[in-house]
Write a protein that binds this ligand. Structure first.
Ligand SMILES: [Zn+2]
Length: 259
């Protein structure tokens, strides 16, 4: 049983050197990859590569329900998730690591609930990211302790006009936070979202020297920072307490519609 699950995003396909590979089958299909179970800082963790071990799954094809269900089956109570993000603000600079505290979803057609009836559930996502994990993480030198991420379908990057619109309400942009974080909440699993800023989306308004993103740039930036990210995850795995004092696990209490 691994209490802590780690979902690695673009550029982050392995974490554990000496791990057991577990094939998990769920009622929602297979997860993105085999799950690696091993220890980090002496704590057992389960690692899953969101886009597959060879990055063959585009954002809209990530089997989010199977991924969350697979981690739940393995006993995961807390998820640390990493994602590459574009910056929409000059203050979020490429190479920096940010903790998300809010998201705005603009994706369409993704299966974003475990409850399609007859059981009807409306979970609260006012605070989508686990407050207990965010408090612990904020002591460890992230460049930003909060930030709103807008989630878009992709797989293409934004136009300048789209980027300008998103920047009115979000700091970062990403293609995979939704519905992953919402599904974790429905399962009562705590979720910490870490964004690695890789680029300035469609460039920066008023600064013609800042060029729009290319995927090559995302990959380069990520690989140069992945060791720092691994070290932070190792610290967090060690410091996250076994007993949860947050309310994430009680997400279904009072959320079910009763006739
Ligand atoms: Zn929590």
């Amino acid at each position: 049983m691994a209490r802590i699950g780690i979902i690695g995003g673009s550029g982050f396909y392995s974490l554990l050197s000496d791990a057991e590979q577990v094939e998990v089958e769920t009622e929602y299909g297979r997860p993105s990859s085999e799950v690696s179970i091993g220890s980090i800082s002496g704590i057992e963790v389960a690692f899953l590569a969101r886009h597959g071990l060879k990055h063959t799954l585009p954002p809209h094809k990530v089997p989010c329900k199977a991924n969350i269900e697979a981690l739940a089956q393995l006993g995961v109570e807390r998820i640390i998730s990493t994602s590459a993000v574009g910056s929409l603000k000059a203050s979020y600079k490429p190479g920096e690591l940010a903790l998300f505290d809010q998201f705005v979803n603009t994706t369409h057609g993704r299966d974003d609930t475990f409850f399609h009836g007859p059981k009807v559930v409306h979970v609260s996502l006012a605070e989508p990211y686990c407050p207990e994990m965010r408090t612990i993480a904020s002591r460890h030198g992230f460049d930003h302790d909060s930030g709103t991420v807008v989630v878009v379908d992709g797989p293409r990057f934004s136009t300048k006009a789209e980027s300008r619109r998103y920047s009115a309400y979000a700091d970062m942009i990403n293609m995979t936070q939704y519905p992953e974080v919402a599904l974790a909440r429905e399962k009562g699993i705590c979720y910490l979202g870490i964004g690695m800023v890789t680029d300035y989306d469609a460039g920066l308004e008023g600064d013609p020297d800042v060029k729009p993103v290319s995927y090559d740039e995302v990959g380069r930036m990520f690989s140069s920072n992945v060791e720092r990210l691994k070290s932070l995850i190792s610290t967090l795995a060690h410091e996250i307490p076994e007993r949860r004092s947050c309310k994430c696990k009680d997400s279904l209490i009072g959320a079910e519609v009763k006739a």
